[in-house]
Design a protein around this ligand. Structure first.
Ligand SMILES: [Fe+2]
Length: 286
C-alpha cells in the first residue's frame, strides 16, 4: 500500500490476485484503505461502499460456512454466533459489528488499511479493540481469498469475540503483548496466538473441532484440518513453529478442553514476560 503525493492511496495487489485486472475493484480497494487511514479512534467508523455482487459474496459464504460450522466448530463458537446475530444477506459495516459485539463482551472494531504492526495489533486487544480490514474478496472466486478480508475478520473473529470466554483470551493476548519488551518475546506471543485463536483446534465429544478464526472462515481449510498433523497444546512448540500464511496449516495444536486452553495458554499470556519467553525458547532449543 502506498500514499501518493496527492494524498490518494494505492493498494498493491499481486498479479495472481483474483481482482488484479479489475480496475473497478482496485479503485474500491484504494478507497476503502483510504477510509481506514483517515479514521481517528473514537470516531464512528466510515461506511465502506460495497456492490450488490459483494453483498452476494457475503451471503453465499455465510450460508456455506454455517453448514461447515455446525459440523466442525466448537460449541462455544456456535453459541456465540447465535447471540451475535450477524446479518446474513449483506456485509455489515464495522461500526455495526462493534455495536452488536460491545453489549456482549465489550469488544469494538477498528478499521485497518493494511497490515498493522504486531505490537499495535495485539496491544489494543487488551482494551477490547480489534483491528480489521474492511474490503471483501473478489466476487469471481467467492470461496477463496489470498489475504484476510472482512469475511475472515468478522465471520471468523467477531463470532468468536462474542463469547466471553474467548474474548477474555483475546484480552489476555493483548496484555501479554504489552508485558513483553523484546521483539523475540513479542513474536513468541503472536505465534501462540496464531496456533490458538487463529488456527486452534479443541477436543470435543471425542473429536477435533475448530475454534481458530482462520479455520472457521476458510471454506477449504475447514474441510481439511482434521487430516493435518494435530499435536497436543505445547507453548514452546507453538511459539517456535514456523508457519506459512499462504498455505493450509499443516501442523495444528489441540486443546483437550476449553479449561485446558485457559489453564495453559490463558495463564501463559496472563503472566508472561521476557524471562518466561526466554526460558521457553531455551527449553525448545535443547
Ligand atoms: Fe485473523
Amino acid at each position: 500500500m502506498a500514499t501518493k503525493d496527492d494524498g490518494s492511496v494505492v493498494v498493491e495487489l499481486a498479479t495472481s490476485h483474483p481482482g488484479f485486472a479489475d480496475a473497478v475493484y482496485r479503485q474500491r480497494r484504494n478507497a476503502i484503505a483510504a477510509l481506514a487511514l483517515g479514521h481517528t479512534p473514537g470516531d464512528p467508523i466510515p461506511t465502506a461502499e460495497y456492490t450488490d455482487e459483494e453483498h452476494q459474496v457475503w451471503a453465499l459464504v455465510t450460508k456455506e460456512l454455517a453448514v461447515k460450522h455446525r459440523k466442525y466448530a466448537v460449541r462455544e463458537f456456535l453459541d456465540a454466533t447465535g447471540r451475535l446475530g450477524l446479518p446474513q444477506d449483506r456485509i455489515p459495516q464495522l461500526q455495526e459489528v462493534g455495536d452488536l459485539l460491545e453489549p456482549l463482551t465489550g469488544f469494538r472494531y477498528l478499521p485497518a488499511a493494511g497490515l498493522v504492526p504486531l505490537r499495535e495489533f495485539y496491544g489494543v486487544l487488551a482494551d477490547g479493540l480489534f483491528h480489521s480490514t474492511q474490503y471483501i474478496r473478489h466476487h469471481s472466486v467467492p470461496l477463496y481469498t489470498p489475504e484476510p478480508d472482512v469475511v475472515h475478520e468478522v465471520i471468523g473473529h467477531a463470532n468468536t469475540l462474542a463469547s466471553p470466554r474467548f474474548a477474555a483470551l483475546y484480552r489476555a493476548a493483548g496484555r501479554a503483548a504489552r508485558q513483553v519488551e523484546t521483539d523475540a518475546a513479542l513474536e513468541f506471543v503472536s505465534k501462540v496466538f496464531w496456533f490458538t485463536l487463529e488456527f486452534g483446534v479443541m477436543r470435543e465429544d471425542g473429536e477435533p473441532r475448530a475454534y481458530g478464526a482462520g479455520i472457521l472462515s476458510s471454506y477449504g481449510e475447514i474441510e481439511e484440518f482434521r487430516g493435518m498433523d494435530i499435536r497436543p497444546l505445547d507453548l514452546a512448540a507453538m511459539g517456535t513453529t514456523h508457519y506459512d500464511i499462504t498455505k493450509y496449516q499443516e501442523v495444528l495444536f489441540e486443546a483437550a478442553s476449553f479449561d485446558h486452553l485457559e489453564d495453559t495458554v490463558g495463564a501463559f499470556w496472563d503472566t508472561c514476560d521476557d524471562d518466561t519467553v526466554a526460558r521457553l525458547l531455551a527449553a525448545s532449543s535443547v
